[in-house]
Design a binder for this molecule. Structure first.
Ligand code: NAD
Ligand code: WQD
Length: 341
C-alpha cells in the first residue's frame, strides 16, 4: 500500500482527505500538533473508513522532529501539506507567528524531501492569492495580487518556495491547489469543521446561529456590485475538495503531470452571494435564520469565483455536490456536535 503523509490531517480539510485517501486504498500517516484540532477526529475517520490512520503529534516547525519522522517512515510516496495557521484576522495581529509556522513548516518538509528522496508534494493554497481580481472568473493564469493579510502572504510565498525548489531540484514534483471557500461536512456527520471560539467564516457562523449559540448572523455589506448587494464567493463542498487531493496525489505518483510544478483552482465555478447562502440554508434545513445587514467587514473583497476548466480537463475532477446538500451536511454536523440529534 502506498504511504501518504497528511500534515494537518486531524484538521477540517485534512480529515476529509484522510478518509478519501483510505477509501482509495492509500495508507495514511497523519502529522498534527493539535494546535487547531483534536484527537477525537481520528475516531471519526476510523468510523467512516474502517481504518484508523497512523498518527504522530509534533510541530512541523521543529526541524529535528521532522527529520526524525522521515527517518522512522522511509517509504512515504507523497506528502499532502495542509498544516498551517489560517485565521486571517489573527495573522494581522501576530504576523511573525504566521510567517514562522507556515513558512518554516514547508521549508522543513522540502529539506527532508531532498534528504530522504520523497518526490511528491501537494500544497494547500488559497484563492486569497488573487485578491480582488480585475476579471472574473479567475483562471490559474490570473495575476496574483499583493496579499491583504500576512496569512495570505504566507500562501503566496509558499507557492514561490515550492516553485523555486522544484525548479532547482527536478527530483521533486509538486501541485499547489488553490481552494476557493471550502464548506460543509462529511455526510455521515462524523467529521466536519470545528472552529475554536467565535467563527470568522460564514457557514460555521450560520450553523451556530441556527443552533442558538449566536443571536444573529451579521451579513457584512449589502452595497456591493453583485446580484443582491452582498458579497459573492465560490463555496466548494469539502468532500468534493478532498477527492481532488486523491487525484492530485495519483497524478504525481504515476507521473501523469506535465510539469514539475502545477497549479489548479478548486471551486465550483459558481459565484453565490451571502444572502443566497442564507436562503439556501433555510431551504435545505427548514430552519429560520435570524440575520441582520451590517457594514462591510474590513479587508473583504467584493466577489470572486473560479474558472475550473483546468481542474475539470486535466485532473478529470469536478465539484459534484449541490449547495443545499452541502449546507444540510454542515447543519447535520453542527447538530451532532451540539448534541441536538
Ligand atoms: P485546520 O486548522 O482545520 O487544519 C490545519 C491543521 O494543521 C490543524 O489540525 C492544526 O492543528 C495543524 N497544524 C497547524 N500548524 C501546525 C504545525 N506547525 N505542525 C503540525 N500541525 C500543525 O485548517 P483547514 O481549514 O483544514 O485548512 C487546511 C489548509 O488549507 C491550510 O493550509 C489552510 O491555509 C488551507 N486553506 C483553507 C481554507 C479554508 O477556508 N478552510 C481555504 C483555503 C486554503
Ligand atoms: C465569506 C463571505 C463575508 C461571516 C476566508 C479567507 C480566505 C480563505 C477562505 C483560507 C464574505 C461574509 C462572513 C459572517 C458574513 N481561507 N460573512 N458574515 O472571507 O471569503 O475567505 O476564508 O485561505 O483566505 O479570507 O470567507 O467565510 O469569512 O466569508 O457576511 O459572519 O461571508 O463578508 O463575504 P472569506 P468567509
Amino acid at each position: 500500500m502506498k504511504q501518504i503523509l497528511v500534515t494537518g490531517g486531524t484538521g477540517y480539510i485534512g480529515s476529509h482527505t484522510a478518509v478519501e485517501l483510505q477509501n482509495a486504498g492509500f495508507e495514511v500517516i497523519i502529522v498534527d500538533n493539535l494546535s487547531n484540532s483534536s484527537l477525537e477526529v481520528l475516531d471519526g475517520i476510523e468510523k467512516i473508513s474502517g481504518i484508523r490512520p497512523a498518527f504522530e503529534q509534533f510541530d512541523l516547525v521543529e526541524a529535528d522532529k521532522v527529520d526524525a519522522f522521515f527517518a522512522k517512515y522511509p517509504n512515504i510516496e507523497a506528502i499532502i501539506h495542509f498544516a498551517a495557521s489560517k485565521a486571517v484576522g489573527e495573522s494581522v495581529e501576530k504576523p511573525l507567528l504566521y510567517y514562522r509556522n507556515n513558512l518554516v513548516s514547508l521549508i522543513n518538509l522540502l529539506e527532508c524531501q531532498l534528504k530522504y528522496g520523497v518526490s511528491n508534494i501537494v500544497f494547500s493554497s488559497s484563492c486569497t492569492v488573487y485578491g480582488q481580481p480585475d476579471e472574473l472568473p479567475v483562471t490559474e493564469n490570473t495575476p496574483r495580487k499583493d496579499a491583504e493579510s500576512p496569512y495570505g502572504n504566507t500562501k503566496k510565498v509558499n507557492e514561490d518556495i515550492l516553485k523555486d525548489t522544484i525548479a532547482a531540484n527536478p527530483a521533486i514534483k509538486g501541485i499547489a491547489l488553490r481552494y476557493f471557500n471550502p464548506v460543509g461536512a462529511h455526510p455521515s456527520a462524523l467529521i466536519g469543521e470545528l472552529p475554536l471560539g467565535v467563527p470568522a467564516n460564514l457557514v460555521p457562523f450560520i450553523t451556530q446561529t441556527a443552533a442558538g449559540l449566536r443571536g444573529e448572523l451579521k451579513v457584512f455589506g449589502n452595497d456591493y456590485d453583485t446580484i443582491d448587494g452582498s458579497a459573492v464567493r465560490d463555496y466548494i463542498n469539502v468532500v468534493d475538495l478532498a477527492k481532488a487531493h486523491v487525484i492530485a496525489v495519483e497524478r504525481l505518483i504515476y507521473n501523469k503531470n506535465e510539469n514539475g510544478y502545477e497549479i489548479f483552482n478548486l471551486g465550483t465555478g459558481q459565484g453565490v452571494s451571502v444572502l443566497e447562502m442564507v436562503h439556501a440554508f433555510q431551504m435545505a434545513t427548514a430552519v429560520k435564520l435570524n440575520y441582520k445587514i451590517v457594514d462591510r467587514r474590513a479587508g473583504d473583497i467584493e466577489k470572486i469565483w473560479a474558472d475550473t476548466t483546468l481542474a475539470n480537463e486535466e485532473l478529470g475532477w469536478k465539484a459534484e455536490t449541490g449547495l443545499e446538500e452541502t449546507l444540510l451536511s454542515a447543519w447535520n454536523w453542527e447538530k451532532r456536535v451540539r448534541g441536538m440529534e
